[in-house]
Design a protein around this ligand. Structure first.
Ligand SMILES: CC(C)(COP(=O)(O)OP(=O)(O)OC[C@H]1O[C@@H](n2cnc3c(N)ncnc32)[C@H](O)[C@@H]1OP(=O)(O)O)[C@@H](O)C(=O)NCCC(=O)NCCS
Length: 218
């Protein structure tokens, strides 16, 4: 971790932080698309449509064209879901980090800086659904700086802050497709406490599962 400094967010970091978050989320589109293709419902739709079209049209071209369009539609739905999530996060807190995270003593936003560039982010604030816990949020590391222990350092920063403020545990949510994040949190001692499907309709159709992790500090 030579030349990496973890410090509190400053207003001039705003654009880099938003860019880093958007890139970090968008990179999960391909793995989410693969996740959808692996679902039994998707495979059944593909198989049944293919058989029905090939029987009715007696040609290979129509079913192949129809399935290609179907897959393109599914991919667009995944892209839509991610874009909607990114937009929600921007309007909920990332467009106003100072006000959301830096005005109360139980929340904070940090960046990891390397040679003047923001290469990592993390934040925490009181958890809405868990008593006496802080929620870790907005963990992201620039691709060029991965594998250097930056995320581990950001996790430790949140755990220390949580302990100093007298909270019992850190909780966080990640998704089934964020496998690097799952490995990171398990490596840092977090345990998986819950799995649930995102309640919105497109996510339900795609069986998009969220995972809740918890790190007890006492
Ligand atoms: C998840 C993420 C933050 C990890 O950042 P990082 O700086 O590369 O992580 P670190 O170098 O600190 O690695 C920490 C540990 O996580 C695990 N890990 C991280 N990336 C991994 C990978 N690609 N394969 C296997 N293990 C991995 C390892 O256990 C690693 O420890 P080790 O190197 O001692 O084995 C980064 O991949 C990322 O920003 N992803 C996109 C955004 C995202 O999904 N954020 C999570 C939101 S919940």
């Amino acid at each position: 971790m030579a030349n990496i400094q973890i410090r509190k967010y400053r207003n001039e970091d705003a654009e880099s932080v938003k860019e880093l978050f958007t890139l970090g989320m968008s990179e999960h589109v391909p793995s989410s698309f693969t996740h959808v293709l692996k679902q039994p419902l998707t495979q059944m739709i593909l198989m049944c449509s293919f058989c029905a079209l090939i029987t009715s049209s007696k040609s290979f071209l129509l079913p192949i064209l129809a399935l290609t369009l179907f897959l393109a539609g599914v991919r667009q739905m995944v892209v839509y879901m991610f874009n909607k999530y990114i937009e929600t996060c921007l309007s909920k807190d990332l467009n106003n980090i100072g006000q959301t995270y830096l005005q109360q003593k139980e929340s904070c936003f940090w960046v990891a800086e390397s040679e003047g560039q923001v290469v990592g982010t993390v934040a925490c604030l009181p958890a809405e659904n868990a008593h006496a816990c802080l929620e870790l949020k907005r963990m992201s590391v620039r691709r060029s700086h991965r594998g250097m222990g930056i995320a581990k350092a950001l996790c430790r920063t949140v755990a220390e802050f949580t302990q100093e403020r007298g909270f019992a545990a850190v909780i966080l949510y990640t998704s089934v497709v964020q496998t690097d994040a799952q490995k990171l949190y398990e490596h840092m001692g977090y345990t998986k406490t819950r799995e649930f499907v995102v309640p919105e309709l497109p996510a339900k159709i795609l069986n998009f599962t969220l995972l809740e992790y918890r790190l007890d500090l006492h």
